[in-house]
Design a protein around this ligand. Structure first.
Ligand SMILES: [Zn+2]
Length: 552
């Protein structure tokens, strides 16, 4: 008995000196993870759409879980006390009924079916109705204006009263070499950038030409993400960020329009990959659109819990994950209309809840915030809102560890991150992962622009060291081949589709193991005085260094 007592004592001393070595990281229960995902992804939660009954259910559930875990409320201050949520005001816009959309070719109108050939988003420039009659159509290549790269696809073309057509991704995606990061996607390749630039150019509308490879997802994703209710953060001048008409159009439909205008789509696409490209009007063709827009400001919520730091409570480590998914929308082939979002992102929310439970039992030196954000699927809006109105100063935010769409299956031998991250945090992850014999596999599809597609990005662009953790593909059971196959099946058959549902045979043993790693990295940071930073050549370094005085 004495020997046992002594060894228990020495273990606790070792823990105090060297927090969260592999041996000390708590274990996580796969069954709990499965139960939480099953609940959040059940039909009763209605696909967790922001500002729906599904939101109320989800937020209540997450708060109850955080309370049970032993967290303190970490949200908005009211009468000197923190609430469990941060109110997030959002513009909510919806097309009323079915929009009338058409192209007129030599005076003959030809209807375009919403969701089939075209996916038009509800207007977010403040318009209550859209009535575009016979607007000229202009192809503007990749729609990129990048002075620092000496690149301008617009060449001064006047897009007022016109509809611009652009290619997705950036000009060197196809060739793999050039000034836009080669295969890797720069921000110029993201559709969010394309719409913003179109607004700056004064275009009446912009249609992104959908192609699966450069978009990195299929038409089903485009359709499901763009034809339902749209959200934005509330902006003072919305028309400065949004053209009146925003949407996507299928590649084959576009190629046909080009052909009928006497143009060759593939040839023009090649030209668009050069600096000399000039905008081309589709002669003899015009675009018309007619629909009403129901727009109002609604309030959604980020759920925020915290563990107070024992020594430096004003310094904060953040774990984040989004709770929202696509809600109820267009039915799939089976008639299912509920987008359950089991993988995306009930898994991340379950991970957040379980990490909260583990940390609530400890006394970290720095504070740890568990941030369950809303409206990720609407364009990272909950995290954008938090980062623009931080509850805890960004200059003293040590790191953001984000979790989005984790693999609910068995363990892998590796892990990855969304996009390449030139940040010390990655080194912390890589070093700590060795304790579990886990290796780091860099993002295999930098062309997909995943760095810009997760909730760590609003923090990163403001300089906060931030990374989005991803499950590995080199599965213990079946290796890379099995992992790749599973990933491809998920992207094709489930991603952003009603079929992203909880499955009884998911083991959750991979997540349980990865949570030990994520716990250890956060614990090490929360019990140190280190301030990770971006590498010297990162575009986010300057923003971080600008707040260096806060960390003295
Ligand atoms: Zn998603």
């Amino acid at each position: 008995m004495k020997i046992l007592a002594a060894s228990v004592l020495s273990v606790s001393i070792a823990m105090a000196l060297q927090p969260a070595r592999a041996a000390d990281a708590p274990t996580f229960d796969p069954k709990r993870l499965s139960d939480i995902v099953k609940t959040l992804a059940s039909d009763e939660f209605e696909g967790r759409g922001p500002a729906t009954a599904g939101e109320t259910k989800t937020v209540d559930y997450v708060i109850a879980q955080m309370k049970a875990a032993g967290l303190q409320p970490g949200g908005d201050l009211k009468d000197g006390k923190r609430e469990w949520t941060q109110a997030v005001p959002l513009l909510r816009a919806e097309i009323t009924g079915t929009p009338t959309l058409s192209v007129s070719i030599d005076g003959k109108p030809q209807a375009l079916t919403q969701g089939e050939q075209i996916a038009v988003r509800a207007a977010m420039d403040g318009s209550k109705s859209v009535a575009i009659k016979d607007a000229p159509i202009v192809f503007v290549g990749y729609g990129v204006k990048a002075p620092e790269r000496n690149w301008d696809d617009f060449k001064g073309v006047d897009l007022k009263g016109k509809i611009a057509l652009v290619l997705i991704n950036d000009p060197d995606f196809e060739t793999g070499q050039g000034d836009f990061g080669g295969k890797a996607m720069t921000y110029y390749g993201r559709w969010t950038y394309k719409f913003e630039e179109a607004a700056r150019q004064g275009a009446t509308g912009l249609l992104v030409i959908h192609e699966t490879a450069p978009a990195s997802y299929g038409w089903a994703t485009v359709k499901n993400s763009n034809t339902n209710t749209m959200f934005d953060i509330v902006r003072e001048h919305p028309a400065a960020s949004h053209p009146q008409l925003e949407g996507w159009i299928q590649r084959d439909t576009t190629a046909d329009l080009f052909k009928r205008a006497g143009l060759d789509f593939e040839a023009l696409k090649k030209q668009a990959q050069t600096r000399d490209f000039k905008p081309v009007e589709l002669k003899g063709e015009t675009f018309s659109a007619n629909y009403a827009v129901d727009a109002k400001v609604i309030t959604s919520r980020n759920v925020v819990g915290r563990v107070d730091g024992s020594k430096r409570p004003d310094e904060t480590v953040i774990y984040s994950a989004h709770w929202d998914h696509l809600g109820v929308g267009q039915p799939d082939a089976k008639g299912d209309r509920i987008y359950n979002g089991a993988v995306d992102n009930a898994t991340g929310t379950a991970a957040l809840i379980e990490l909260a439970g583990a940390f609530a039992k400890t006394k970290p030196e720095r504070s740890i915030v568990f941030l369950n954000v809303t409206a990720e699927e609407k364009g990272l809006l909950g995290s954008e809102y938090y980062a623009s109105k931080p509850l805890y100063p960004l200059g003293k935010t040590v790191a953001v560890l984000n979790m989005d769409a984790l693999d609910p299956g068995g363990p892998s031998r590796d892990f990855n991150t969304s996009g390449s991250a030139k940040v010390d945090l990655l080194d912390e992850l890589v070093t700590t992962a060795k304790q579990w014999n886990l290796t780091y596999t860099p993002d295999s599809m930098p062309e997909a622009g995943f760095f810009f597609r997760s909730d760590h990005f609003p923090f990163a662009k403001r300089g906060v060291p931030a990374i989005s953790f991803g499950s590995g593909e080199d599965l213990v059971d079946g290796g890379v081949a099995a992992g790749k196959k599973a990933q491809e099946a998920y992207t094709a058959n489930r991603y952003h589709q009603p079929a992203d549902q909880w499955e009884a045979d998911w083991a959750f043993t991979g997540m349980a193991r990865d949570l030990q790693l994520l716990y250890a990295v956060g614990s090490n940071l929360a019990n140190s005085d280190r301030w990770p930073n971006w590498s010297a050549d990162s575009e986010f370094r300057a923003a971080r260094d600008a707040t260096a005085a806060d960390r003295k």
